[in-house]
Design a protein around this ligand. Sequence first.
Ligand code: RIB
Ligand code: CA
Length: 320
Amino acid sequence: MTIPIIIDCDPGHDDAIAILLALAHPEQLQIKGITTVGGNQTLEKITNNALKILSFVDTDIPVAKGAKGPLLGTLVTGEEAHGESGMDGPVLPPSRFRPIETGAVEFIREILLASDEPVTLVPIGPLTNIATLIRAYPELKSRIAGISLMGGGIAYGNVTRTAEFNIYVDPEAAQIVFESGIPITMSGLDVTDKAAIFDDEIEALKTRGPVSVLVGELLDFYSIFGKKMGYHGNALHDPCAIAWLLQPQLFQSKMLDVTVETQGIYTRGMTVGDLRTKTDRQPNVNVLMDVDRDAFIRLLFDALAILDARYVQQASQGES
Ligand code: RIB
Ligand code: CA
């Protein structure tokens, strides 16, 4: 059964890998569109990065630009981790594709109205576009099957001790999404930090086909920040939100009542999970807590092998 999805992203090294993982499995995930949001870098830069990735694998999926920054305040980028371009490391050729004229929120609305079945949203950047859609068109919630997002962390943050980047950038948007009543599966740091790829696996990628090599080179750059932060291995944050859709059995999760703190001095942007057994609120979020890391890496390697073969076939057809 193919799941129709929309990926909302801020590429971003791990966003790019998440998009590639989804592209490898059209028999399971039908990408109806990609929307972009200011986050890891400015909207222009991350939109350009999304288009470059699609062009590299010769896949023309509509890309619509969304919010430049959060609902309140100014954009805090992830330049320290993702570099000046937002996807530093390998030099990709200019994209042959351009973004569509329609804005992200209106594009998502068009897709939802046109789809003959509810669509799954996969936000892997700040939640500004998704919150704006929910506020502007609450009646469309019934056309959203669910949200598989990368963001948050019950145990800890990565920008502050309590807040993870995607939530930290736009806590007000995150609160709107988490309070929306739409079924949410949250790939927070509790699971994504366990979904780590190690140096020897990155080296192995660079001995394989062109798409695998690209991912290896992306990870070479992305792991610089991880090492600086003392991480063991390179957390593949955003691909978890796609991997859960592809193989949910790789993950362990628990239903929690999760809300987003927007006021705290030390906790603004924190996804506050209630781990007590008895509360007066119903759990609203399926929080991923653990992953079979080896199987997750196999899923990624197998997906990249599919894209490598497709790349070589397209290249040979282009020459003939
Ligand atoms: O905290 C990890 C998240 O922040 C990922 O989505 C990564 O792309 C960055 O945006
Ligand atoms: Ca991201």
